[in-house]
Every structure is written in C-alpha cells, then in structure tokens.
Design a protein around this ligand. Structure first.
Ligand code: TXA
Ligand code: MG
Length: 347
C-alpha cells in the first residue's frame, strides 16, 4: 500500500502502477466513488485475475476506465447523441456510459454482451494511472464479491490483501457510492444502476430518463448483470427501517426492544438524531452514526464504512435507517435494499 499525497511528485509510483498494469498485473486505486481493482481492459487474461481475486461470477461484466476522449473512441463502436450530451456535462465524473463495443474489446470482460460500460473518473490518481498504463483499465469495486464496496485503502487491504501487488492509497473517497450506469444505446437514456450522478441531474440535461424496471421492484432481470446478485452485504443480517423521518426514533426503540427481548445483540446504523435517542438502550460501540438525518451526501460517503464497521463486532443482527428516494437517496436505498436482501420494515 502506497500513500499518494501528491500525484505529480510521486510520478515514479504512478509509472510503476502503469508498468504492472501493462504487464498484465492488478493495481487497486482510488476513484471519486469507491476504490477500484484495475487490470488492462484489453487483455482478457489480465482481467481473468480480477474475477479470481474478487470471486466474481463470469457473466458480470467489467466497466472500462479511460483518461481521455481518445480512449472512449478506441473502445466504443458508436458514441450516441445521448452519450455526447452526458459526457459534455458529467465527465470526468461518477457516471458510466453503456455503449456498443468495438470488436477488439474482449468478450470475457463484457460477460458476452455487445456493449461496454465506459467511465472517466474524476480523480487525479486514477487518471494519471490510466495514462501511465496507456490502455483502458477494467475495474470493478475492489471488494470481494458480494461485500460492501471499499471507500478507503484500508478496506481494500482487508478484503483483497495478498491478491494485489500494489494498492494506491488516495484517502477516503468523495462520494462513497458507485457511478451511475446509464444505457446510452437506445432512443432514451435508461438508468441501470442509480449512483452519484442523480436522476434529477440527468433529467435536467436530457429531459426524460427511464429507470430499468428491475430497479423499481418489477420482476424482471436487471440489464446490469451485477444488479441481480445480493450485494454490499455486511456479515450480520441487516434490516432497513424506512418511512417518515419523524417516526424513525420511536420505531428504532420499539424494534431494538423487541430484538433484546429475543436476547439478540443489535447493531444500529442511523442518523445522529436517531442514535442519540438510543443511547443507554444500545451499547455505545454498537451505535454507528452515518450523518445528520437528510444529509444525503454525508450518508452516501459513510454508508459502506458503517456496514463494514460491524465485521469485527459481535452482533446477531443490524438495523439501518433508510432515507428518502430523491437525489442521492435513490442510490443509498438501492444499496441498502441489496445489502439487506430487501428485508425492510415500514415506519
Ligand atoms: O463507481 C464505479 O462505477 C466503480 C469504480 C471503481 O469506478 N466501479 C464499479 O464497478 O462499481 P462494479 O464492477 O462493481 O460494478 C459495475 C456494474 C455491474 O453491476 C455490472 O454488471 C454493470 O456495471 N455493467 C458493466 N458493464 C455493463 C454493460 N455493458 N451493460 C450493463 N451493465 C454493465
Ligand atoms: Mg461492485
């Protein structure tokens, strides 16, 4: 693990990362969303090592990270007008565009799809590393498959230590939830995974935007293959309390009381307001605040670390406070629903 505090002055470390990648190795690196586990995206064999290190199902495609427009054109068969508009406003940034792929992009990294997800991260370390490698970098989140995504280098180290020769430590990630995946191949833009660029922001640029029906609970197969798996899961079973913010504190008290009645150790991830209401009822080390109620950027930035923080604590079950579904709340609730296997209580 190498701490990068100044990309320019640590050019030698970035060059070393580029060399490892060019030679078919793996490098974990920071982005503005979550940490990624990178390999040469045009080298099927190098990418096979990603699947192995993560224990990732082979049908789950990788997104390709690029440093500039030229790299986009080198892997996309066609950049559609929707994609042009989104790139003009949101790249570099936390958005992934799904476009028809060029022939030479290996099928093994797209899970056999004819499309490829393309993302230009807004993180100096990430872009410098991609430039140094000189090729698009395939990178999923740097967690083992099914676990919460890592938002610090330490979390990467905990999950995939020993399986990566180099981890670039760029400190905690700014957004804390992954990029928004937008299918740009059709007449209308379709959100396949809600993320750091919100639906409201997309609508402002494009007018109408659709949500993949699988995201709104309809019984269809999601178009982003990775969205069908249980994901982001902490080790203890999780239940999400969702509904009116003003009802939360009492609902938590009731549910904690009920679980204590069953002799269960309960961990709580919630707003500072709800946490302060539970002091005395739940041991302090089992209360993890994720920000102030309604502060969606703070909650997004803290949610994965909050879930991970219970890995080393002795709990039978976890309760988490849900948010609204507007703006970043759509991505936060999507992750909480998946982390809990859709176990929730309406309050
Ligand atoms: O913010 C992010 O996007 C992070 C950072 C590291 O860039 N990456 C990330 O990658 O979240 P990953 O592999 O954990 O999630 C990528 C998702 C998966 O659900 C995958 O199924 C979907 O993108 N995906 C990739 N290529 C696709 C394609 N061609 N069509 C539809 N979905 C695709
Ligand atoms: Mg992931």
């Amino acid at each position: 693990m190498v701490k990068i505090s100044d990309v320019r002055r640590q050019g030698d470390v970035i060059e070393e990362a580029g060399r490892i990648l060019r030679e078919g190795g793996l490098v974990a690196f920071p982005t503005e969303t979550v940490y990624g586990l990178g390999a040469n995206g045009l080298d099927g064999e190098a990418c096979a090592a990603i699947y192995e290190a993560k224990g990732r199902p082979a049908d789950n495609p990788l997104i390709l990270h690029v440093a500039n427009r030229r790299m986009v054109d080198s892997i996309a068969e066609e950049v559609t007008p929707i994609a042009e508009k989104l790139m003009a406003v949101f790249t570099p940034g936390p958005i992934t565009l799904v476009l028809k792929k060029k022939e030479h992009v290996p099928d093994s990294i797209t899970g056999g799809l004819h499309t490829v997800g393309i993302r230009m991260p807004d993180n100096d370390i990430a872009r410098a590393m991609i430039r140094a490698a000189g090729v698009p970098i395939a990178a999923p989140s740097a967690n083992t498959s099914g676990r919460p995504s890592p938002t610090t280098a330490e979390a990467v180290d905990n999950d995939i230590d020993g399986r990566v020769p180099l981890i670039l430590d760029g400190g905690p990630c700014q957004f804390g939830v992954e990029s928004t995946i937008v299918d740009c191949t059709g007449e209308k833009a379709v959100i396949l995974r809600p993320g750091a660029v919100t639906m409201e922001m997309l609508e402002e640029v494009l007018g109408e935007v659709e949500l993949d029906p699988a995201l709104v609970g309809e019984d269809t197969v999601p178009k982003a293959p990775g969205m069908k798996y249980r994901h982001y899961a902490p080790k203890a079973p999780l239940t999400v309390l969702e509904g009116e913010p003003c009802n939360m504190a009492k609902a938590f008290r009731d549910e904690v009381g009920r679980l204590h009645g069953e002799y269960k150790q309960v961990g709580v991830i919630a707003s500072e307001e709800v946490i302060s209401f539970l002091e005395g009822l739940v041991p302090e080390e089992l209360l993890v605040p994720y920000g102030q109620q309604g502060n969606l950027p703070a909650i997004a930035a803290n949610i994965y670390e909050a879930l991970r923080s219970f890995d080393e604590r002795d709990v039978d079950c976890l309760l988490a406070e849900g948010t609204g579904k507007e703006e970043l709340g759509l991505a936060i609730m999507n992750r909480l629903h998946k982390a809990s296997g859709f176990r929730s209580i309406r309050v």
